[in-house]
Design a protein around this ligand. Structure first.
Ligand code: FNR
Length: 378
């Protein structure tokens, strides 16, 4: 497969995956307005072409939370990645580590913390959701610590799950869901063999210890649905700050007032994110929300951003809007579904090559030097 863009990986993922899985990744909440705006608003920002700036050796390296990165890119947390490719989290974490980039494992991954940490040659980041059972959260934080996780990403934009209409149409939920999923799987024999058979067990590895002998993913999703905690408030985060002494990053902030609260809490970083348009449909795109947030918190904490990044040009645009680094979501998952760990590696090589070319043509020698001047404001 020749893939020269995220869209190529997306098309290949659509060919390979049963429809319910592709639509789960690809879809957003409601009318998918915010999902479209994320991509459109970002890609619509014009870059300034500059010339004769001695751009022979463009440097992408950076440091975030005391960690050296080959480029300001992190593989963001995406649940159920072990369903898109065999032991998908392990494959993706390795591909990122081989390129000097961090991988952030989701709470709701198929592969458990210990499986991924043992297989990955570099420390991983770990993402935590707000779960009613605080003991479970405490235990996960302790496990993340024991496995050497180098950052904790605490996701706060899912007190309740967003309304994802595609899931009802695709067979992930709705009438005769199990039958429809089975029919779709029969039409995708490569996936059925590679992931359906050889990728077992299909459990949420981090949740399995709580559920004991649960039989299928539905039990896990049911547990999760019943255990998201909508009563969470900022003050509930204080104990997390105390329980985790490493870098703490709050993910899912879209408003400057919330960003200031994150700084007051003592977080080290935040991710400007609307969960890839999967939560509040109609919310601002992150390209539009980011500049005000970066301005509101200044250097009080490290601002990262995600949602809508599909190219190296998009990474540069986010840096220009005020982010110090970006998280990829669907982009890396399309690549994983299309071609496993090697696909993720090719996507990352593609994005970093695009970043180099973009910076050279914009007359900037280092990703660290990118600022608003890279964008054409006229
Ligand atoms: C996500 N995202 C997510 N975020 C998180 O904190 N924990 C999670 O388990 C998940 N799971 C998840 C599953 C799928 C299929 C998707 C597409 C996304 C959100 C993710 O980290 C990120 O914020 C968005 O994906 C960014 O938007 P783009 O770049 O995918 O458009």
């Amino acid at each position: 497969m020749i893939a020269t863009s995220t869209e190529d990986f997306r098309r290949a993922a659509r060919r390979r995956l049963p429809r319910f899985l592709f639509d789960y990744i690809d879809g957003g909440a409601g009318d998918e307005r915010t999902l479209r705006d994320n991509v459109g608003d970002l890609a619509g920002l014009a870059l300034r072409q500059r010339v004769l700036k001695d751009v022979g050796g463009v440097d992408l390296t950076t440091a975030l939370f005391g960690q050296a990165l080959a480029a300001p890119i992190i593989l963001g947390p995406v649940g159920l990645s072990g369903m898109y490719a065999r032991r998908g989290e392990v494959q993706a974490a390795r591909a990122a580590a081989e390129r000097g980039l961090p991988f952030c494992l989701s709470t709701v991954s198929v592969c458990a913390l210990d499986e991924v940490a043992a297989a990955c040659p570099a420390p991983i980041w770990f993402q935590l959701y707000v779960i009613r059972d605080r003991g479970f959260m405490r235990d996960l934080i302790a496990r993340a610590k024991a496995e050497g996780a180098s950052a904790l990403v605490f996701t706060v934009d899912m007190p309740v799950p967003g309304a994802r209409r595609r899931d009802a149409h695709s067979g992930l939920s709705g009438p005769l869901a199990a039958f429809r999923r089975y029919a779709q799987i029969c039409g995708k024999p490569d996936w059925a063999w590679d992931v359906g058979v050889r990728g077992r067990p299909h459990v949420l590895g981090n949740v399995a210890p709580v559920l004991g002998q649960a039989s299928g993913l539905e039990d896990f999703m049911g547990w999760l649905g019943a255990n998201f905690d909508p009563s969470i408030q900022w003050r509930d985060l204080e104990w997390i700050r105390e329980a985790w002494d490493g870098p703490l990053i709050i993910k899912g902030v879209l408003d400057p007032d919330d960003a200031r609260d994150a700084a007051r809490l003592g977080a080290d970083g935040l991710v400007v994110s609307n969960h890839g348009g999967r939560q509040l449909d109609g919310a601002l795109s992150t390209a539009r929300a980011l500049p005000r947030i970066a301005q509101a918190v200044g250097d009080d904490l490290t601002v990262l951003a995600d949602s809508g990044i599909r190219s190296g040009m998009d990474v540069v645009r986010m840096l220009a809007l005020g982010a110090k680094g970006v998280l990829l979501g669907r982009a890396w998952v399309y690549a994983l579904a299309a071609a496993g760990g090697p696909g993720v590696g090719r996507l990352l090589d593609m994005l970093t090559a695009e970043m180099r070319t973009t910076l050279a043509l914009a007359g900037v020698r280092a990703a660290r030097d990118v600022d608003g001047g890279v964008l054409d404001g006229r």
